[in-house]
Design a protein around this ligand. Sequence first.
Ligand SMILES: *Cc1c(COP(=O)(O)O)cnc(C)c1O
Length: 491
Amino acid sequence: MSQEPRERTNGESDGAAGGESDVTYEQARWSEGEAYEPLLIEKDATSVSVDSSLPDELTRDELELPAMREPEVTRHYTRLSQMNYGVDSGPIPLGSCTMKYNPRFTEDVAAHRGNRVHPLRADDDKQGILRLLYELQETLATIGGMDAVTLQPPAGAAGEFTGIQVAKAYHEANGDDRSEVIVPESAHGTNFASAAMAGYDVVELPSNDDGRVGVEALEAAVSDETALLMLTNPNTLGLFERSIEKIAELVHDAGGLLYYDGANLNSLLGKARPGDMGFDIMHFNLHKTFATPHGGGGPGQGPIGVRGDLAPFLPTPQVREGEGEGGCETYEPEHSIGRVHEFMGNWLVLVKAYAYILRHGDEGLENVSETAVLNANYLAERIEYDVPYGPFHHEFVASADSDAADVAKGMLDHGVHPPTTKWPEIVDEALMTEPTETESKARLDDLAAAFNAVAATDPETLAETPATTAARRIDQASAARTPRLSWHTLE
Ligand SMILES: *Cc1c(COP(=O)(O)O)cnc(C)c1O
C-alpha cells in the first residue's frame, strides 16, 4: 500500500455546503505503479494438491486453485473492499436505483437457523416458512393496493417480464389478440426490453413539455392493439403523473391493462397505492424499497401484484391459508403461466424485506417516503446545477452544464458516489439524483458540497479526475463488452 500520509476531514459539515467542499477522501491503492491488488494466484502460484480416498482414476493430482493461508485470503479481500466504495462507505445517490443503507438487523434475522429448511421438504415440515411467505404476500398486496401477489420473480426486470406474461395469458384467455405495449420515452430500459422479449411491438410515448405523459399523445397511441401501458409514478424525473386517473381510463376503455413499475415506490410508501390509481399489475423491487443489499449483481427480488381477475394466471406455486388449524399450503393457480424461478426465488431476500416491513410498521413506512421526498427536495434546493423540472418526489434530475460523466468522476474526489448520469435523456447531461431517506442532513450537505465544488471546477481540471480513487478513468466500453472475470483470461 502507498505509504503517503492521507488527510481525511470528513466530519460533520458546518453549513459550508453552499460553496466549497473541504472533504478529501482517498481510497486504498496498491502502489503508484501497479493499479491493482495482485490476484491470489499472482501472490502464491502453488496449486492445491489433492489428497483423496476416492479411486485414482476419479481424482486429479492438483486443482487449479491457489493454495493460500487463511490470513492472506482474508487480507486480500479486505484490501479489495478498501479499494471499493459502497453504501457502507458513504451515500450512493444513484437516481432510480434507491441505494438506501441496509440496516444490519435484517442480516441477523436472515441468519437465523430456522430459515435453513430444504425447499423440497413437505409443506407440513416448513409451516413457518410458508407462513412468512403468505404474510409477506398479503402485506405487499396491502401496500400496493393489489388483490394477489407472487413473490417468485428474482428482480424488478424479471417482475416486469412475469407481469407481461400474465397480461398476455389474460388477453389470450379472453380470445383477445393484442400486439403492442406502450412505454413512455422516460421509462427505464428494462421496460422496453421486457416488452420486446415477451414478443410485443414497443410503442414509445413522447413526454409532454412538463416531463409527464401527455394525455393527447396517449390518445393517439392507444388502440385495440394495446395489451399494456407500462408506467412508473412518480416517473423517472421524480414527477408525479397527475393525469393518472385519466390515463388509466383511456387504457382500460381500449381494453388494455396498466402496469406499474414499482421501482419508485419509495416515494409513495404508506401514502398512495398503485392499485388505487388504476394500475392492474405492478412489481416491487424489494431490494430498493425494502432495503436489501443490491448492486454488483444482486441478489434482489421482484414480486408482482395483480388485480383479482389476473390472479389465476400467476406463477406456480402460490401460498395460501389451508383448511383447518391455520396452516399454510402451496397450490397452483388455475391458469398459471408456470414457474419463473426455482422454488420461491431468493428466499433470504424475502426474509429481510419482511423483517424490514415489520420493524417499520405503518407509521415507519410512511416516514420512509416522507423523508425520502424531503431529502430529495432539500438537496435539489442546495445544488447549483440547473434543475429543469419539479416539484419532486424522491428523486430529481439536474442538468450538468458540461459532460455529466466528468461531473460524476469529479464527485468521486470529494468522497461521495455520483448520481446516475445521462438518463433520462429528456434532460441534457442528466444528473439523476436520489439521496434516499437514510442520509442525514449532514450527509446531504456533503453531497451538496461535492456537487457545488465540481460545478466550480473548470472543465480541463475535471477531465483529469478522479485523482484519489483506487482506479482512475477506466475504459468503460471494454469493461462492459469484454470483461475479464477470471484470472485464466489474464494469463
Ligand atoms: C431498477 C429499476 C428497474 C429494474 O429493476 P431491477 O430490480 O434492477 O431488475 C426497472 N425500472 C426502474 C425505474 C428502475 O429503477
